[in-house]
Design a binder for this molecule. Sequence first.
Ligand code: BG6
Length: 491
Amino acid sequence: MNNRIPTSIVIFGASGDLTQRKLVPSFFNLFRKRKTPRELNIVGYGWTPFTNEQFREHLHHGLKEYASFEFSEEEWSLFAPHLYYSRGKYDDKAGFEKLSAYLDKLEAGDANRLYYMAIPPRLFPDILSNLDITHQLKENGGWRRVVVEKPFGTDLATARKLNGQIHKVLKEDQIYRIDHYLGKETVQNILFTRFANTIFEPLWNRNYIDSVQITVSEEVGVGHRGGYYDGIGVLRDMFQNHLLQLVTLVAMEPPASFNADALRNEKVKVLSAIQPIREQEIAENTVRAQYWGYRSEPDVHKNSSTPTYAAMRLFINNWRWKGVPFYLRSGKNMAEKQTQIIIRFKEPPLAMFPMPPGQKMTPNMLVLYLQPDEGVHLRFEAKAPDTVAETRSVDMEFHYAESFGPTAIPEAYERLLLDAIQGDASLFTRADEVEMAWGLIDPILQAWETSQTPPLAAYEAGTWGPSLADSLLARDGRNWMHEEASHMLPT
Ligand code: BG6
């Protein structure tokens, strides 16, 4: 639809962290790169009393603190007049009528509107219904889109309910469910590595791949987010969305075209082929743990059993992946911040070269470093010079910073916000995708929340998690490969 008319972005939750740290810095950077629509209004909505001037000052302060780019005061002074504030409650129609009148005045005619829900999901139905009854979702003259932040529900039932409520007032193609991992350059690059090259794809299957490991470890604990995190835990916070999204991108078939539905259809097929972990298989396939000291974090229950770490083994029952384990793990307060995908290839069928007794050939590995030190490394064997038949593992390495410059990677939100404005939903999750992901996580959550199996292990902050997670792989004769992989990082 028409992008020549003004575009208004309305942010619900305007005084919150996300607005100050991510959303406004991303809009500002897009504006600096001249990627935003020419006529742009960004209107914050919330209950904090701000004048326009105070709201701008609050955001300016946030930019100085959190922006990942340098900017000049002149650039800010060009951007600031696009920012406005309208005060109101989420459950009060009057506030929405005021907002509507304010937007009408700013837009002075037809306009597009993007409503951004930077609020906890419980507030979402009220906002949606107030937007609806004040006629702000009607597409007359411009488009209306809604961006929904995660978490999208807290289990399958709540996600379904939320989808039902949204679908009453919006069509699916007006809904942009955000998973910020999909906005990361390196996550998008998974598809480019696979489908813009011919050398990987022929090997990308059960005939050549032994196993896949996905690690999303964080060095920080829950910090000041205890109130949100406690009771939610790592499965809802990281697995239902980010980790399962990474699995779909690694495992999907090439889509027929690079458009939103073709892409998302393939992701849904992967999710539907993942073998659900049944109750009696939970202990064998999942590990949960909590870091020492979690219970003393602010706003955390003193005897909380919320897991801050999880590991699991998944299988995908289709022709490409049957029998190949996908090992997933994620946790807070771990040794390093690291997001990486390791594709471990099978060993050569025949050990042709004489090896010292007990030593096996090292398998080849393709490591996708999603963050930090973004890049792709390929590890293979070479003959060690001046020996008769010794091999050594060597790496071919691609680092984004070297190839594209140290500041080449933009904030994930920039891409996602721009796509929502341009109407490209490829990097957003569709209703069926979200529900299917919950369908896989739900049985694990239920089992964890109603029994002691597996036990909630404890791990020291600054480590790679509980030893139980090592056993998960050891039973299959494998091990987590962070140490091996990290020596591939440049020194
Ligand atoms: C968020 C989670 O979705 O992702 C946080 O709610 C987590 O708990 C964050 O810290 C990690 O994102 P990133 O981009 O730092 O890997």
